[in-house]
Design a protein around this ligand. Structure first.
Ligand SMILES: N[C@@H](CCC(=O)N[C@@H](CS)C(=O)NCC(=O)O)C(=O)O
Length: 198
């Protein structure tokens, strides 16, 4: 198995973290976005969106960190990471969508602007991030894991990275005690992989 990776990307870290938690190895291929390799036909055949991360497993190729978590969980992980019942699957889909929308446009975007000096409205991204953190704190005050599963699921892994990296987008997270406690629970999981650092 091969993971097209960027060491500092939270989306790529999300896949590396899950691989490590389930004890699954993969060869990492470092993608240099400046080279434009991710927009060339060979890469687009794996991920037509031309983005990292992208996974190759034999002849099978897949892009999008959320989709990759689903694939890896169903194929290689214990069922508890992505239970088969309709209710947890529905809730997990909800949080995967939250990761791709509220988290991507909130803390992930704030980090890209603040840390990587990309153009964008930092204040707007931080405001979205605070809304997302508020919502997460409320949810996590009622349950230890996002999708109300007995243990961690891929919902937690999808949402975790950019929340844990929120300080790199200039966000203060001490006001979200339930989010902080949830991060500690994730960091205590066997096989946990430290967050990327610049
Ligand atoms: N929804 C995608 C977003 C992936 C994404 O934004 N990847 C960035 C790196 S973190 C990228 O490849 N950017 C280059 C581009 O979009 O051309 C996911 O979750 O994997």
């Amino acid at each position: 198995m091969k993971l097209h990776d960027i060491p500092l990307s939270g989306n790529a870290y999300k896949v590396r973290l899950f691989l490590s938690l389930i004890g699954q190895g993969a060869d990492l291929v470092n993608v240099d976005l400046r080279s434009g390799v991710h927009k060339r036909p060979a890469f687009l055949a794996i991920n037509p969106r031309g983005q990292v991360p992208a996974l190759e497993d034999g002849d099978f190729g897949l892009g999008d960190s959320q989709a990759i978590l689903v694939y890896l969980a169903r194929r290689y992980a214990e069922p508890s990471w992505y239970p088969l019942d309709a209710e947890p699957q529905g809730r997990i889909a909800h949080w995967l969508s939250f990761a791709a929308n509220e988290i991507q446009h909130g803390p992930a975007q704030a980090r890209v602007i603040q840390l990587f000096k990309r153009p964008g409205d930092l204040g707007a991204a931080q405001a979205k991030a605070r809304q997302a953190l508020e919502l997460l704190d409320g949810e996590l005050s009622r349950q230890p894991w996002l999708a109300r599963t007995a243990g961690p699921s891929i919902a937690d892994i999808a949402v975790y990275p950019y929340v844990a990296l929120a300080h790199e987008g200039g966000l203060e997270t001490t006001g979200y005690p339930h989010v902080l406690a949830w991060q500690e629970r994730i960091r205590a999981l066997p096989g946990y992989l430290p967050l990327p650092t610049l």
